[in-house]
Design a binder for this molecule. Structure first.
Ligand SMILES: Nc1nc2c(c(=O)[nH]1)N[C@H]1C(S)=C(S)[C@@H](COP(=O)(O)O)O[C@H]1N2
Ligand SMILES: [Mo]
Length: 323
């Protein structure tokens, strides 16, 4: 039996019915978190950092006002407790409850495929590759809800330019972590793991496409896709892959996890489009998380989630066919 209360008297965050392995990993991370907190002021931060990157670590960033919406932000609490991260369970509150077992250090991302300089980068390198910006983006889930979140990161194009894409690079594939020792949700066959998403090269290089490293001025909470995720604000939320471990540049369109599981429901492009209904429900409106209440009207969903500057990427394409 582990100690029931932490040294500072707070209840430990573990439910009672968990496997010994999860207990072990949860405890390890908990101890690392305490060590990291104590280390911040004492110069051994780097050491604790290697053990586990503490949740809540501040991440300084300069607001990119031109790319940020002025709308009211979703509360940190809502953004971190109402999540889709199926590797940690199917219910909206499962990721917040279960993602403490995700180990975000050490972490590397391999970038390969149609590139002149394939590379495996440590997450601490990635954090320093370009100046961190804060961008307040709308995120709209295909399920009909949306949030407004102040992300921290930089344009994915900074990372992709590093590896010098070849002329054959037409698509980018993002593969996320699939480790059943850390991710209890992998037991559920709802998707063919790992979670894989993809973009066309010009979409990936668009300045709005963000390599997300934090939110609300701190590192990404585990349940939001720590330590590195994609944020593609004009596409349905499922394109914004969490906890990325591999980026592959390809000459052909990659298979993607959602498209494979239900091709008639989730197209490759998945642009937010109020005129293309999901086969089982309308996409014309959305509920803003935090604006609950019987009398609160739903919001009209905007084409490209309101990011009209991407329209030119799809000139001449029938967006009902390429949904
Ligand atoms: N690896 C992974 N990435 C994922 C998902 C997932 O289940 N696994 N869910 C997606 C979906 S459907 C949405 S709406 C967003 C939710 O991001 P948030 O929880 O940070 O709001 O993450 C996306 N990225
Ligand atoms: Mo979603």
């Amino acid at each position: 039996m582990l100690f029931k209360r932490s040294p500072n008297g707070m209840d430990l965050p573990y439910p009672s019915e968990i496997t010994p392995r999860e207990v072990y990993e949860g405890r390890r991370q908990f101890i690392a978190r305490i060590a990291a907190t104590a280390a911040v002021g004492s110069g051994i931060w780097e050491m604790a950092n290697r053990e586990a990157f503490a949740q809540g670590t501040k991440l300084a960033a300069v607001r990119n006002a031109a790319l940020s919406t002025q709308e009211a932000q979703t509360s940190f609490k809502d953004a971190t407790s109402y999540n889709n991260f199926y590797e940690f369970g199917l219910d909206k509150d499962d990721p917040a409850r279960n993602a403490h077992t995700l180990r975000t250090r050490p972490w590397t991302v391999t970038i390969e495929g149609e590139v002149k300089k394939p590379v495996t980068l440590d997450i601490d390198r990635i954090l320093k590759l370009a100046p961190l910006e804060e961008r307040v983006y709308r995120l709209r889930c295909v399920e009909g809800w949306s949030m407004v979140i102040p992300w921290v990161g930089y344009s994915l194009s900074h990372l992709l330019k590093q590896v010098e894409p070849t002329g054959n690079a037409k698509f980018v594939e993002f593969t996320t972590l699939a480790d059943n020792r850390q991710m209890p949700g992998l037991r559920s066959p709802v998707l063919d793991w790992p979670y894989v998403e993809g973009l066309r090269m010009d979409e990936a290089m668009h300045p709005l496409t963000l390599l997300g490293l934090g939110m609300y001025g701190q590192v990404l909470p585990n349940q939001n896709g720590a330590p590195v995720r994609l944020v593609v604000p004009w596409k349905y939320g499922f394109k914004s892959a969490k906890s990325i471990v591999r980026i592959r540049l390809l000459s052909r369109q990659p298979r993607t996890a959602w498209n494979e599981s239900a091709p008639n429901e989730y197209g490759f492009y998945s642009n937010v489009n109020p005129n293309v209904d999901h086969p089982r429900w309308s996409q014309a409106s959305e509920r803003r998380i935090g604006e609950d209440g019987f009398f609160k009207p739903k919001r009209k969903t905007l084409m490209f989630n309101g990011y009209e500057q991407v329209a030119s990427l799809y000139g001449g394409m029938d967006l009902k066919k390429f949904f």
